[in-house]
Design a protein around this ligand. Sequence first.
Ligand code: APR
Length: 255
Amino acid sequence: MAKRIKSLHTDLFDEAVAEFCHAARPVALTGAGISVESGIPDFRSPGGLWSVFRPDEFATVEVFLHAPERAWKLYRALGETLIDKRPGAAHRALADLEKAGRLQAVITQNIDGLHTKGGSRNVIEVHGEHQHLHCLRCESRRPFVTTDLADGPVPRCSQCAYPLKPNIVLFGELVRDMEKVELLLNETDLLMVIGTSAQVYPVASFPYAVREKGGRIYEFNTEETGLTPTADFFVRGKAGTTVEAFVQAVLQHEG
Ligand code: APR
């Protein structure tokens, strides 16, 4: 059962920091919650993207293949939420932890590119990225430009004229870089799980794979999830505050 940390700089928080400092190869796993403070709504919270667009009606590969016009309604709305967004304190804190040699990598479900913009180097985007469009027929790729967001015909491939889609993983498609992910999960002894509802597979299985090997689970979220009973520590609060404070405490502890 997770030890619940409701406020920072308490004995329990210090205990979590001290135990983190014994970890040899920590890794971070992030979801949409880490980018909410950057102004990007998540998916399943009230007012989240899936409350506007039903995923089964807009976000599956089947919808893209059979009704690209409808699929592009979602892609354009998603694209609008990503324009000119900056990394937040939590993104930057993870980059600082990596720079200090205390974080192996960030495995992210996010397509916003904010971990890399925040300074992280070893980032695995298992659900792809929204900065490019790609063609499922000829595999060509081009940058996503703001004119693609304007209402109008679906953008088409300049090579083969097939409808283009954002370089993201739609429901029904395989996630990316699973070999790299499995290597990391095999070696890590501590997984920081930040801002994810832990409901979408295969990513939702990652913490349990780490736990099965005796690894520790630290969960950071504004609310408890299905993972919380399995976590060692649950740190309640906004990631921009909790992750930043946690990383600062770790770096001071080791300083
Ligand atoms: N700080 C920390 N956690 C937050 C914050 C915040 N500021 N704001 C929201 N959260 C938490 C919510 O409580 C929720 O548990 O972030 C989580 C976001 O969950 P989802 O919206 O389900 O997003 P995510 O888990 O990333 O979704 C996984 O599902 O929809 C698909 O492909 C999409 O990558 C996405 C995947």
